[in-house]
Ligand binder design. Structure first.
Ligand code: DO4
Ligand code: MG
Length: 278
């Protein structure tokens, strides 16, 4: 079942049918450990729509209300390699290999809800960065008790020159206005996602593809449950949280985003998150 947040409330997509609801609040929906069966039982009480709403792209907003967004890093070999190169002259390279191998994952704070952009919105590059990239990542929706409730598409926008200059600049490279995008929906499921699930990134400039890359969850080094366990150690999330699980796709070093570039991130079974750089 897919759960979309809209300007008016929420939409459910279930077995090719669409349903619209206004109550309850987003936070009270997405903090329920029984979200999957709860949504199935809600279906009977909701307005049944004929097919996909015609104005879907105008009505969707980011699927977040009171949740914090956190992120895991260096969870794919490709990210480890890119970071080692990027931080080589700052002497930070060794840290990335060590965190890739260590039992404890890299986890960092990514965004508050007001820094998050929804489907069709404009993500930002920092004005003091010269080298900016999107990071296409599977994002988990996790309940206050630590249960994975569902999955969405995430973009961990990153300023590679700032991060590469000194690993201690990571929060500035990662956390700024419109530095994160989530959507288009939450795939709510009690079942784990297949490791064969593919992630694709397409970047278009004036309608032409300037970068294309793919990976799959088979390349993700860590178990999702391990990432969640470390995040929740001595940390509470009264409204639940989102956790981005790291990037396995990094454009070549010569590539940097430009204003008006279109970023399209697709995760099989969830959908496509499309944003422009504004
Ligand atoms: O260590 C820096 C950030 C890593 C990251 O965001 C990623 O691997 O996705
Ligand atoms: Mg990342």
């Amino acid at each position: 079942m897919k759960l979309y947040r809209t300007k008016a409330g929420f939409l459910l997509e279930h077995e090719t049918r669409w349903y619209a609801g206004t109550d309850p609040s987003w936070d009270s929906l997405v903090t329920r450990d029984d979200l999957d069966p709860h949504l199935k039982s809600l279906l009977a009480t909701l307005e049944k729509l004929g097919g996909q709403p015609a104005n879907l792209s105008q009505t969707l907003v980011a699927p977040i209300a009171g949740q914090e967004v956190w992120a895991a890093g260096v969870t794919y070999h490709r990210s480890r390699d890119a970071r080692i190169e990027e931080a080589a002259s700052a002497g930070g390279g060794d840290f990335y290999d060590r965190v890739y191998q260590a039992a404890r994952p890299e986890l960092f704070f990514k965004a508050t809800p007001h820094r998050v952009v929804g489907p069709g919105g404009q993500v930002a590059v920092r004005q003091d960065a010269q080298w900016s990239v999107p990071e296409p990542e599977l994002a988990l929706l996790i309940s206050p008790s630590g249960k994975i409730l569902g999955y969405t598409v995430g973009n961990d926008m990153s300023s590679r020159d700032i991060e590469g200059e000194n690993p201690l600049y990571l929060p500035q490279a990662k956390v700024y206005n419109r530095s994160c995008a989530l959507g288009p929906c939450i795939l709510v499921s009690s079942e784990p996602l297949s490791r064969a699930t593919e992630i694709h990134l397409d970047i278009l400039r004036q309608g032409q593809t300037v970068f294309q890359g793919s990976t799959s969850l088979k390349e993700l080094k860590r178990e999702l449950s391990t990432l969640v366990r470390y995040l929740y150690l001595d940390n509470s999330f009264p409204q639940g949280c989102f956790l981005l699980t790291g990037t396995g796709i990094v454009p070549p070093d010569s590539f940097s985003l430009r204003p008006s570039d279109e970023i399209r991130i697709t995760i099989e079974g969830i959908g496509t998150l499309a944003n422009t750089v504004g």
